[in-house]
Design a protein around this ligand. Structure first.
Ligand code: NAP
Length: 288
């Protein structure tokens, strides 16, 4: 059993498999989630339950947070029983959620005033990579703090990289997800165009995946399109959020503008489905 006590906040699509990875690696994990039933599922596998983020911070050493967005982060840190309410110091809080760089910069200062350290450490990769401990992790904050938790991150990802001061991890993540939005929309439109010309999706995907254009994303999402499986691995609402964050950070590229517009419009109908449901949106809106 590893001696560092881990706290985990947020047992959603990504948080649950990531927390399980650390349990598998022998860490004692205590968990908090807004909806109780998800914690119960982890307790059955040996985790401890925390009734609030504040309690979690008191009883653990390194606390990971994996929740939806800035609103959720405000609740987890600043709520009545939030992390910032705990009168404890010497803890390391690692925020792996994709949130705004500005909120990370602010929280880093508040955590420092509390006597604790804050790192932003968002991830690239989805459920499969989380289940396999193969995420890519980009870190912002004090490099010496990052070095301390690097051995823990090695159980979650195949690569963790220190990028710069607080907020730098979030900015790197927004750059990556700008590309992700373009990949998803590009794949969707290619498939729709091919279909409109009588080319079967399986044939197009065989061509793409055996060419220089094929990658893990086209393989996973190509399979999903063929199976008509749009259940969220990475919810479309999350890429819509990430493109808003990139825009707020000044992203003004031509393609990024189109991608922003597409996903903001697609969100109302397809936000709860997977990012690749952009195909259904394009089919409907653009009649490709
Ligand atoms: P998710 O399945 O939607 O889970 C969201 C988590 O946040 C749940 O634990 C949820 O609690 C919690 N939450 C939401 N609003 C809250 C609030 N106001 N107060 C407290 N807790 C709240 O999301 P996910 O797919 O795991 O993604 C988590 C983060 O990772 C997001 O920032 C996302 O952009 C990023 N990300 C996702 C993927 C992916 O492939 N899914 C990949 C890379 C990065 P409840 O259970 O109570 O709803």
């Amino acid at each position: 059993m590893n001696e560092v006590k881990i706290g985990w906040v947020g047992l959603g699509t990504m948080g649950m498999p990531m927390a399980k990875q650390l349990m598998k690696a022998g860490y004692l994990v205590s968990a908090y989630n807004r909806s109780q039933e998800k914690v119960n599922a982890l307790v059955l596998q040996g985790a401890h339950e925390a009734l609030s983020p504040e309690e979690l911070l008191r009883n653990t050493d390194v606390i990971f947070v994996m929740v939806s967005d800035d609103v959720a982060i405000q609740e987890i840190f600043g709520g009545n029983e939030g992390l910032l309410k705990a009168h404890v110091s010497g803890k390391i809080i690692v925020n792996m959620s994709t949130v705004s760089p500005k909120i990370s910069e602010k929280l880093a200062i508040l955590c420092q005033n509390q006597g604790n350290s804050y790192l932003d450490a968002p991830v690239s990769g989805s459920v499969k990579q989380a289940l396999d401990g193969q995420l890519v992790i980009m870190v912002g904050g004090d490099e010496t703090v990052y070095e301390k938790i690097k051995p823990i991150l090695e159980h979650l990802g195949k690569l963790s990289l220190w990028i710069g001061s607080n907020g730098a991890g979030n900015r790197a993540k927004l750059a990556m997800n700008t590309l992700l939005g373009l990949y998803a929309q590009g794949l969707a439109e290619s498939v729709l165009f091919a279909n409109s010309k009588g080319i079967r999706t399986e044939d197009l995907m065989a061509l793409i995946n055996n060419s220089a254009l094929g990658n893990v994303f086209t393989r996973i999402k190509g399979d999903a399109i063929m199976a008509e499986d749009y259940q969220a691995a990475f919810a479309l609402k999350h890429i819509a959020k990430d493109l808003r964050l990139a825009k707020a950070e000044g992203m003004s590229g031509r393609l990024a503008k189109v991608s922003y517009d597409t996903f903001q419009k697609a969100e109302a109908e397809f936000g709860q489905e997977d990012i690749i449901a952009v195909l259904k949106y394009s089919q409907k809106a653009d009649k490709i």
